[in-house]
Design a protein around this ligand. Structure first.
Ligand SMILES: Nc1nc2c(ncn2[C@@H]2O[C@H](COP(=O)(O)OP(=O)(O)OP(=O)(O)O)[C@@H](O)[C@H]2O)c(=O)[nH]1
Ligand SMILES: [Mg+2]
Ligand SMILES: [Zn+2]
Length: 291
């Protein structure tokens, strides 16, 4: 039995990378029975069959697992969002950050298509998130802006590109991974929404320790998190939350809430607080619907 890393999953086959070779493998039916699935990024035990093929017998324990995009064992997510087509949505960005935080993975926020907006708008978005404590960078593949900084961030990590369809993930992957050519697509100007050019998650090796996955974009995202825990994923709340009157303050309507004061004083970005309230409500609704 040998071990390898799943780099691609297409039509019931899994391409497994092992020591420089790629084998096309099938997973044995036993996985379905047990409810286990094979994800791109999984480390698997497989039996070689001939020179090119194999059978996956076992999925090794995952260190991390994301739902959107579906991928295992990444330790870094590039959350890509474009300034335009599709238009920037801080709510979608914050929701994606929530998902990534719940999965225990570190994000880098990448604002794409910076060539299509004024410098001031681009700076403001980057500043907002750096102030909050995230690594954030504005890039333009068209003008080659921000790419070096991002390349440096990828080094030594297994990274996946996440974000809405049409944000420019595949375009970015192509710029970051020389010699690779992921399919990219025009965004329909009329609806300002992507139509999912990328269909599969695919992991490519940049060097021994550095991997990058392109993935399909999404328009919807469900985050499974307890409503009481949403606040812990808004990292900029934490220093203020210690000063709230109530220990279990949810920063909603409570008296003596330091987080709300910080929002009013402009120390926490208002857009982040609005996202928090909405994501809290959504988590609350999920809980209520579960009973
Ligand atoms: N002006 C400009 N356009 C860009 C830039 N990056 C990407 N685009 C355009 O954005 C469109 C969508 O790019 P893709 O890379 O296919 O987007 P994607 O995020 O991979 O989309 P899905 O695969 O559907 O999730 C294409 O028309 C790209 O040419 C950029 O830096 N500047
Ligand atoms: Mg794509
Ligand atoms: Zn509070």
């Amino acid at each position: 039995m040998r071990e390898g890393r799943v780099i691609r999953a297409i039509g019931g086959f899994f391409d497994v990378f092992d020591d420089g070779h790629i084998r096309r493998c099938r997973a044995r039916g036993v996985f379905k029975v047990k409810g286990t699935t094979v994800l791109v990024g999984d480390f698997v035990r497989y039996e070689p069959v001939g020179a090119q093929e194999g059978i996956i017998r076992e999925v090794l324990p995952r260190r991390t697992e994301l739902v959107r995009p579906p991928i295992a064992n990444v330790d870094h997510v590039v959350v890509a969002c474009s300034f335009v087509t599709p238009d920037l949505s801080f709510y979608m960005l914050d929701k994606t950050l929530l998902q990534v935080s719940v999965a225990g993975v570190e994000p880098t926020i990448v604002f794409t298509k910076a060539d299509l907006v004024e410098q001031a708008e681009s700076d403001a978005a980057v500043d907002t998130y750096r102030r909050v404590g995230y690594e954030a960078v504005a890039v333009s593949v068209r003008q080659g802006e921000g790419l070096d900084r991002l390349r440096w961030r990828l080094k030594g990590h297994v990274t996946v590109l996440a974000g809405p369809s049409g944000a420019g993930k595949s375009t970015l992957a192509n710029a970051l991974a020389p010699g690779i050519s992921f399919k990219t697509g025009e965004v329909s100007e009329k609806i300002g929404r992507g139509r999912q050019t990328t269909r599969h998650v695919e992991l490519v090796r940049l060097d021994d320790a550095t991997w990058l996955a392109d993935a399909p974009g999404f328009s919807q995202l469900h985050v499974y998190v307890a409503s009481r825990e949403v606040k812990f994923h808004f990292r900029e709340f934490l220093p203020w939350a210690q000063r709230c009157t109530y220990r279990d303050c949810l920063h909603l309507d409570e008296d003596g809430c330091s987080v709300k004061s910080a929002v009013e004083e402009g120390r926490i970005p208002a857009s982040r607080y609005m996202s928090y309230k909405q994501l809290y409500e959504e988590a609350r609704e999920q809980e209520l619907n579960a009973y």
